[in-house]
Structure formats: structure tokens, C-alpha cells
Design a protein around this ligand. Structure first.
Ligand SMILES: Cc1cc2nc3c(=O)[nH]c(=O)nc-3n(C[C@H](O)[C@H](O)[C@H](O)COP(=O)(O)OP(=O)(O)OC[C@H]3O[C@@H](n4cnc5c(N)ncnc54)[C@H](O)[C@@H]3O)c2cc1C
Length: 491
């Protein structure tokens, strides 16, 4: 099989990159996606992600052992990628996030037009059918901002990439309307080389696919470095140990892995948030009937709102984000409990800790080693403890009226050193892994893999540092900007 430009991975960034490249006339663009199509009722249904996570449209990775436990690392496995199982929360991040990257061509003034171009198609909007608890968050942190932003302390409903109560992903808004060709169910094992030039790829079934102008890795922060390593580009000693022929010793491939660490508080009480308490059964039935008309709780993206604030409340800029889910979430190991409640977490905006991604085998089906590095820098843990402590007092100021619940997990008594130990033993992440192929490191400022020809990266792996909020919008921006650069450089 032959094309001009091959895009490996049809996720948030890959769909935008492929659509933009074909719009810019680079020739025949072919997207290879390991998973199936995004055309499934649970994918378009915002609330459907609660069933998709952990299913066959999720890669279901797990982290490396962290003090005797591993945590789930979900990643979307279908067209639209993680953007087809995410909560659709839409934040660009802060201008200083991009300026702080200090990479030529990626300052805030450079990336802002790309965000605008993406948003012109995706049209993120405030979720208007939200639970009353979410509007009740605003008095926690009165601000001049119309909606929460990582720039200032603020709280309330978030914006989402949804249209008429349905998911509007990079697949639906960019790839589908484009002229790019797509093959689903095609999992890439490694790249094909001609000297130091990438000229295509080999699928896991052995099929070879050739690209005359170049190859773009858009398989995400975990799979893009994995494909690169299986192709002989990575830390030479590691590759040799796994029996992979070294093409280029690139020690930084897979380094700098990081994510937003997060810890949640669970609240319960009759008549609080959404849940399966018998008093809400009729409301669930009404929601099912309203769903075809874009109404009701099945249109909820789950994370309906939240807040940004400074963990220590010392007037400095926000350093934590809280996601608020007005649903009863399980913490006892029983998915369906006849209760109602809500959930609020604390995630670090700019974690200092770093981990690493490594292969464990050259077999593409072998689970990789995903060391998230959570709290390797102790100051991250300090900020988390301060953030949870402040979140508790902020929630006291929320206008929840008679919908206020009781903190049942970990419970208000878990404070101070106990809270520190609880966070260390229970924290997860916001599902925002980035950084394994950073711009200015193994990848140039023009998104080209350093030291080889005809090979670019366009996905969340290129972020040198994670942005201060959710990473889908920045990933799509990266897809757009990468396409702009590649169209200029590849032809
Ligand atoms: C459960 C969940 C909730 C989230 N919620 C939010 C949110 O509300 N807001 C937000 O901003 N961000 C959210 N995120 C994060 C956000 O979705 C990601 O940062 C973003 O989608 C990353 O885009 P990407 O293009 O780098 O990777 P992805 O979108 O993950 O795309 C990678 C694609 O490559 C494919 N692929 C992988 N390996 C291969 C292979 N070998 N061959 C072929 N194809 C391959 C994958 O199947 C996938 O389609 C969430 C993520 C998850 C998992």
C-alpha cells in the first residue's frame, strides 16, 4: 500500500494533523488507527465514557509499581483516540505555559492562532444542562472571569467540545469531513527505513505500508515513543537488551514522562448529586427519553465544572485544578450503589516530578513500563496536601443548599500527616500523560525527529511541560501546528 504522507494514530492530534495536511494539499494522506471507528452510540453519548473506560476501546495500560500498587492509565483505542473517551473539558492552558516551553515557534503568540483555528471548527461551549450543584460552585471563588480559567482563582461550569448533547471530537469535526483516507484496525509495529529516512511502516500482521513524503507519529505519549523504540530509535542500551537493532542512540526518547497527579474527595447524601438512589429512578427514565433530543443526564460529560485556585491560598496564581463530577462515584469497589453524591478532586497544574516510559519487549503486544514518577519531587505532595485542605474549606462556601453531602472518602478526619499518607497511597492522575518526545529534545521545534529524515511527531508527547489544565485542546492545537510546519517542510 502506498500514500504520500502516513499518519500513525487517529487520535486527537492525528485527526487534526491529517485533516490539515490534506487541506494544505500535501498529496494522499493516510491515517492508520489500531482501534475501531468512533461510530458507536456510547462514544457519541457524553456519559458513555463511564462504560467505555476499561472496555475494548481503551488500551487499558497500567502504571509501573508505585509503593506496592499500580494505577490505571486509560487511553482511547479508536478514531478520535483519547478524545473519544474523554470528558471533553476544554481548556487551552495559560499563555505562560507555552511561553515557558521556550521553544521557537511555540510561544503563546505562535500557538494562539492554532487554538482559534481548532475552536472555529470544534466550537466548545458551556454545558447548559448541568446539575444545579455545578452552578453552586461559583461563590467558592468569586472572579471577574466569565467562566473558570487557570489564569485566576475561579470556579463554576466548564466548557466542553460537545454539540447538541453529543461528543464532537477531532474525529467527527476534523477527520471525517476531510479528504484524508483512514484504515481502522491497523496496528503499527515499527517504521520502515531507507538509510536514515522513514519511508513507511510495518503493521503487527507484517503488512508494509509506504509513504513517499514522510511519516507522522500521532500515536500518543505512550505509543509514539514505543513505535520509535521498536524502530531502533531510543536509549541504545535498553534497545540492545531487548534485541532491537539500534538505528540511533536517542537517550531522551521516553524520558520526561509526566502527568497531572490527582486525588479525589467523595461526598454522599440523599438528594445531593446524581446517583442510583430509588428516588432518582424516574429521573433516569426521563433522561433516557430526553437523550434523543439532546437533554438530560446522559448528555452529561461527567466533569461538568470545577475550579482553579492556589493550594495555600496565599494570593499567588492558581497551582491546582479541581474537577467536579455531580455523580456518585464508587470508592468501595461496587460500581452500582443505590446512593447519590458528588466528587471533587485536586490536580497539580504544574507538577515538578518526572517519570519515564520504557519498552519491556520488542513484541508490540507486551505491556510497557510506564513509570509516572508521581511525587518523586516531594514538593508536589506538599502542594497536593495544601490543595485538598483548601478545597475542603472552599466547598463549605459553595452554594449547595439542601443538596450538600457529607465527605465519606477519605473523610474529614483524614488531615495533616494522615492526608499526606492517604494522597501518597491513593493518588491517580487526570489521564494527561505528556512529554516523552519533547520539543527541543528528541523532536525539533519543527516537530521532526532529531537525527533522522522524513519523520515527524504530532501529539501530546511533544509537550516539554504539561499545560496548566486539561490536555485535549493543546493536543489538537499541536496537531494543527505540526501540520502547518510539516506541509512547509515536507514538500
Ligand atoms: C479517560 C480520559 C479522560 C480525559 N478527559 C479529558 C478532558 O475532559 N479534557 C481534556 O482536555 N483532556 C482529557 N483527557 C486527555 C486528552 O484526551 C488527551 O490528552 C488527548 O486526547 C491526547 O491526544 P493524542 O493525540 O496525543 O493521543 P490520543 O488521542 O490518545 O491518540 C492516539 C491514537 O493512536 C492510536 N494508536 C496507538 N498505538 C497505535 C499503533 N501502534 N498503531 C496505530 N494506532 C495506534 C490510538 O488508538 C489512538 O487513537 C482525557 C483522557 C482520558 C484517557
Amino acid at each position: 500500500m502506498q500514500c504520500d504522507v502516513l499518519v500513525i494514530g487517529g487520535g486527537s492530534a492525528g485527526c487534526v494533523a491529517a485533516a490539515e495536511l490534506s487541506r494544505r494539499g500535501v498529496g494522499r494522506v493516510l491515517v492508520l488507527e489500531a482501534g475501531p471507528s468512533e461510530k458507536h452510540p456510547l462514544v457519541s453519548m457524553p456519559f458513555g465514557l463511564t462504560w467505555l473506560m476499561g472496555g475494548k476501546r481503551d488500551w487499558r495500560f497500567r502504571s509501573a509499581d508505585m509503593d506496592g500498587r499500580t494505577i490505571a492509565v486509560p487511553r482511547g483505542r479508536m478514531l478520535g483516540g483519547s478524545g473519544s473517551i474523554n470528558s471533553m473539558v476544554w481548556f487551552r492552558g495559560r499563555a505562560s505555559d507555552f511561553d515557558g516551553w521556550q521553544v521557537t515557534g511555540w510561544s503563546w503568540t505562535d500557538v494562539e492562532p492554532a487554538f482559534e483555528a481548532v475552536e472555529a471548527k470544534l466550537k466548545p461551549t458551556l454545558y447548559e444542562d448541568g446539575h444545579p450543584l455545578v452552578a453552586g460552585l461559583e461563590p467558592m471563588l468569586p472572579s471577574n472571569s466569565a467562566q473558570p480559567t487557570p489564569d485566576v482563582e475561579s470556579a463554576g461550569p466548564f466548557s466542553h467540545n460537545m454539540i447538541d448533547g453529543r461528543r464532537n471530537s477531532a474525529a467527527t469535526a476534523f477527520l471525517r469531513p476531510s479528504r484524508a483516507e483512514v484504515r481502522t484496525g491497523t496496528e503499527v509495529d515499527r517504521l520502515l527505513w531507507n538509510g536514515d529516512r522513514a519511508m513507511g511502516c510495518v503493521l503487527t500482521d507484517g503488512t508494509e505500508i509506504r509513504a513517499s513524503k514522510g511519516v507522522i507519529l500521532s500515536a500518543g505519549s505512550l505509543a509514539s515513543p514505543a513505535i520509535l523504540m521498536r524502530s531502533g530509535v531510543g536509549p541504545a542500551d535498553d534497545l540492545r537488551r531487548l534485541g532491537i537493532d539500534v538505528r540511533l542512540d536517542a537517550p531522551e526518547v521516553g524520558a520526561n514522562l509526566h502527568d497531572h497527579p490527582g486525588i479525589g474527595l467523595h461526598f454522599e447524601g440523599a438528594g445531593t448529586g446524581y446517583g442510583l438512589e430509588p428516588a432518582q429512578w424516574l429521573a433516569w427514565v426521563k433522561s433516557a427519553l430526553g437523550y434523543p433530543f439532546g437533554k438530560g443526564r446522559f448528555t452529561s460529560p461527567t466533569v461538568e465544572g470545577g475550579a482553579f485556585f492556589n493550594a495555600r491560598g496565599d494570593g499567588a496564581e492558581p497551582d491546582v485544578q479541581s474537577h467536579f463530577i455531580p455523580f456518585h462515584l464508587d470508592h468501595r469497589g461496587q460500581k452500582y450503589a443505590l446512593k447519590s453524591g458528588y466528587f471533587a478532586d485536586v490536580c497539580l497544574c504544574r507538577p515538578k516530578s518526572r517519570g519515564v516510559f520504557r519498552l519491556t519487549s520488542k513484541d508490540p503486544t507486551a505491556p510497557p513500563h510506564i513509570d509516572l514518577g508521581l511525587f518523586r519531587d516531594e514538593s508536589d505532595l506538599d502542594t497536593m496536601v495544601a490543595g485538598v485542605t483548601r478545597l475542603r474549606s472552599l466547598l463549605e462556601k459553595a452554594d449547595f443548599g439542601d443538596r450538600r453531602g457529607t465527605e465519606v472518602h477519605p473523610g474529614p478526619a483524614v488531615a495533616g500527616d494522615d492526608l499526606r499518607a492517604f494522597i501518597k497511597g491513593n493518588a491517580g492522575t487526570a489521564y494527561h500523560p505528556v512529554g516523552t518526545l519533547r520539543l527541543g529534545g528528541p523532536v525539533t521545534a519543527r516537530c521532526r525527529v532529531e537525527g533522522v529524515q522524513g519523520l515527524w511527531v504530532a501529539d501530546a508527547s511533544v509537550m516539554p511541560q504539561v499545560t496548566s489544565a486539561n490536555t485535549n485542546a493543546p493536543s489538537m492545537m499541536i496537531g494543527w501546528k505540526a501540520a502547518e510546519m510539516i506541509a512547509e517542510d515536507a514538500v
